[in-house]
Design a binder for this molecule. Structure first.
Ligand code: IDC
Length: 332
């Protein structure tokens, strides 16, 4: 009997040593995207890594953390990283439900961002803090709040090499590039007071589509600025996509901070054919691209199946059709 127990113990020890070895080995070899690529910057029209090589961020955006904060946790991000994601976008609505500027609990929303930023840091992946304007149309409508917010964020995270700022999700409702530019110049100044280097992504007119207007009159005298383009492939095709080569020729660094292959509503049919065309361009120019959205809401843009209720430990089988599609495309 004693022998048996000893044998069992020995077997258990071998197993535990093997497993702990595995974890230490993977932690040692465990180069992370951030440890390998370091602080990112903009060189010409490209996002490049610490070695100056073009580098692509491949990300999932949260849905609004105002609704779906429970997906913001390290374990969940770890499981996405294992599937090839190297960037998380933390979308914080400013004026919709529980919006930061429309009655939401500011301290709480900031704590969710903090949890998300720290989780990304620990995982060694990049994180975009997204000031998710939508119903508020024009970012100048909440300029004071935005200044305070970005002052706070850039002070808190100035030492983090993995944080990017997206300062206005999708200007719309007739907001002009001039309006956005005025806003951007003010917010960039606020961020640069604390952080000279972080990448700052600026939204463009008409739901972050009119990169041509930004290319015609870009922000001057600033480094590490990029411009957002968003697409939903069942609604947006060649007309929008073809703005990219021309804008790049004019010198505009473009970042696709939000996208899906659904309709622009975030729901309805998916169009993989058009999605493939988008990805041809993404690949050609090594564009960074983020998919909307990491949650299980009953709509086709959700990257998790509605039937999946867990909030961490995701496997490929938990992903929706659109979620699986993105993981496949990101690997190509
Ligand atoms: C959508 C969400 C949906 C939510 C709606 C309003 O998918 O669940 O009810 O916002 O808050 C965007 C926006 C993004 C939209 C998404 C899909 O940035 O907030 O999310 N979309 O409509 N631009 C184009 C599409």
């Amino acid at each position: 009997m004693k022998k048996r127990i000893a044998l069992l113990l020995a077997v258990a020890m071998v197993f535990s040593v093997a497993f702990s070895n595995q974890t230490t080995v993977s932690a040692k070899n465990g180069k992370t995207p951030v440890s390998q690529h370091g602080r990112l910057r903009v060189k010409g029209v490209n996002l490049v890594d610490k070695k100056g090589k073009p580098f692509q961020l491949k990300g999932f955006s949260t849905h609004g953390i105002n609704w779906f904060e429970d997906y913001v946790n390290r374990d969940a991000f770890h499981s996405l990283k294992k599937m090839g994601i190297n960037c998380i976008r933390l979308a914080m609505y400013t004026a919709d439900y529980n919006g930061y500027c429309s009655g939401g609990n500011k301290a709480h929303l900031e704590s969710v961002i903090d949890k998300g930023v720290k989780a990304c840091k620990e995982e060694g992946i990049y994180v975009i803090i997204d000031w998710h304007i939508l119903n508020d149309n024009n970012p100048n409508n909440n300029l004071g709040e935005a200044k305070k917010f970005f002052r706070k964020m850039s002070k808190k995270y100035k030492k983090y090499s993995n944080v990017l700022y997206e300062i206005c999700n999708e200007p719309n409702g007739g907001t002009t590039w001039n309006d956005i530019k005025k806003y951007a110049n003010k917010i960039i100044k606020v961020i640069r007071k604390n952080d000279k280097k972080a990448i700052i992504i600026v939204g463009t007119p008409n739901w972050s589509q009119r990169i041509d207007e930004a290319a015609a009159n870009p922000i001057r005298g600033q480094k590490n600025i990029m411009y957002a383009m968003h697409f939903y492939a069942a609604t947006h095709g060649a007309d929008l996509r073809n703005l990219i080569p021309d804008a790049r020729k004019k010198g505009l660094p473009i970042f696709i901070t939000e996208s899906n292959i659904t309709e622009a509503s975030g729901n309805g049919a998916v169009n993989t054919k058009e999605g493939n065309r988008w990805f041809q361009m993404i690949k050609k120019y090594k564009l960074s691209c983020v998919a909307w959205s990491f949650c299980n809401k009953e709509e086709s843009a959700s990257l998790i199946k509605p039937s999946v209720k867990k909030l961490k430990g995701f496997k490929k089988s938990d992903l929706s059709k659109t979620g699986k599609w993105y993981i496949r495309m990101f690997k190509k």
